[in-house]
Design a protein around this ligand. Structure first.
Ligand code: BGP
Length: 466
């Protein structure tokens, strides 16, 4: 069967600043919370990896852009490192940081590759983290200033902006599972931060539209679909609650202009609801994103059988090691006995993407949707002939593209696909063990080697289908 995509469909891949740039102490860049976390808790990251060198993209960006062009990319999703632009979060603007991104954006545009730029992919400047991070209302003001600096510095080059990457995932891991900085397990703080992020998002969108440029702005959401583990009404209820706290708390304000009533009620009952100020809610109600970015990796299955609170991500790359996510009395995510799983025990389930796209379409019919991340992590080495035969990545991407094709045929406005990732990178807790890229990075030499999937994708982009 032929899968032909609409004209102008964006074929790209994605990265994030902290995961590829390196040069963490060069040209005036300040520390981010992740630099400090890696330094202070090396035992939590595979082989005590740090983002200090990452993919050395800060020095190799020109070659990387040339590779993207050679691979037929028409779009590239990346993030700006806040600590490169405003090193201490609130003080002077670092002109060297601004100059770096201006050069990079110019090269992308010259190569016919449209940048899709996320303002915040978790690299909070350390002085702000030390002062309370997103629990401190001052961080919202600092972010708004940083956003304005970026809009003004790059607005002539960047026409696609996203405020936050996956506010749900960063809140959950930072404040509930205690796996990411600031390593907290504090429901009250989690809800406060989740609320603040969505209000900050709304204010940033208003700021952007107020500046009156010709660009578009959206948000990138990690929208894990949540299905009941069984047909029982109790599991259906557990799935509804999990969906409320995991997804709807973040999607509803961005797309419907309000926080979900059932989650508000749950938090109120448990005395962890932050003060919801009228002016905040008015901002949220006025939120008018121009697009939504959907990141999709795997679905969840919720069971009501949550007798303990337990969290754990698979960081071994052994597919028998389960991920754990269970909140006593609320819900527990369980494995799908019939599922296909990656080495990191993430289920491969392309129909889940269809459900997410359908939800976005149902919430705001016709709103442009970009699939801003989707990919598969694996342990890889170079074959004897110097290549990487990642047929499983080709299969993974093709299956998800088939789903997107079907969604478009059914009237959903999906405008582009950014495979995670352009290159193997610093995979948060997995360091450099978990490889996601079209480009294999030789960690000894930093040489980039296009994998088999990169050539396959080049052909897909050239034919605008497969
Ligand atoms: C998303 C993040 C990405 C990326 C990806 C894979 O949640 O937005 O930055 O890292 O997940 O996750 P990981 O590297 O932890 O396997």
């Amino acid at each position: 069967m032929e899968f032909q995509f609409p004209q102008g469909f964006v074929w790209g891949s994605a990265t994030a600043a902290l995961q590829i740039e390196g040069a963490t102490r060069e040209d005036g860049r300040g520390d981010s919370q992740w630099d400090v976390f890696c330094r202070e808790h090396p035992e939590r990251i595979w082989q005590q990896a740090t983002p200090d060198l990452a993919c050395d993209h800060y020095h190799r960006w020109a070659g990387d852009v040339a590779l993207m062009k050679a691979l037929g990319h028409t779009g590239y999703r990346l993030s700006i490192a806040w600590p490169r632009i405003i090193p201490d979060g609130t003080g002077a603007v670092n002109e060297a940081g601004v100059a770096f991104y201006r050069r990079l954006f110019a090269a992308l545009i010259e190569a016919g590759i449209e940048p899709n730029v996320t303002l915040y992919h978790w690299d909070l400047p350390q002085p702000l983290a030390r002062a309370g991070g997103w629990e401190n209302p001052a961080t919202m003001d600092a972010f708004l200033r940083y956003a304005r600096v970026c809009f003004e510095a790059f607005g002539d080059q960047v026409k696609l902006w996203a405020t936050f990457n996956e506010p749900s995932w960063s809140t959950l891991n930072g404040y509930v599972t205690a796996l990411h900085p600031p390593l907290k397990h504090d429901y009250r703080a989690a809800v406060q931060v989740a609320y603040t992020l969505m209000v900050t998002h709304a204010r940033t969108v208003a700021l952007f539209h107020g500046l009156g440029g010709d660009g578009k702005i959206g948000i990138v959401q990690n929208m894990c679909p949540v299905y009941p583990a069984t047909d029982s009404p109790r599991d259906a209820e557990a799935a509804r609650i999990a969906d409320a706290v995991y997804n709807r708390w973040f999607i509803d304000p961005a797309l419907l202009g309000r926080f979900p009533e059932d989650a508000v009620e749950l938090y109120r009952r448990n005395h962890i609801l932050p003060e919801m100020r009228r002016e905040d809610l008015d901002m949220v109600a006025a939120d008018s994103v121009d697009f939504i970015g959907v990141n999709y990796y795997f679905p969840h299955y919720a069971s009501a059988d949550a007798t303990e609170t337990l969290f754990g991500l698979n960081t071994s790359g052994n597919r028998d090691e389960d991920c754990h996510f269970s909140i006593k009395g609320l819900f527990k995510f369980v494995r799908n006995p019939k599922g296909r799983y990656t080495d990191w025990a993430w289920e491969i389930y392309p129909p889940g993407l269809r459900d997410l796209l359908a939800r976005a379409h149902r919430y705001r019919p016709g709103l442009p949707i970009y699939v801003t991340e989707n990919g598969i992590g694996a342990q890889e080495t170079l074959d004897a002939d110097g290549t990487v035969d990642d047929q499983y990545r080709i299969d993974f991407v093709r299956e998800h593209l088939e789903v997107i094709h079907g969604a478009i045929a059914d009237g959903m406005n999906v405008r582009g696909y950014y495979m995670w990732a352009l290159m193997d990178n610093f995979s948060w807790l997995n360091g450099y063990k978990k490889r996601y890229g079209f480009l294999f990075i030789d960690r000894e030499t930093m040489r980039r080697v296009p994998k088999k999937s990169a050539f396959w994708y080049r052909e897909v982009a050239r034919r605008n289908g497969f």
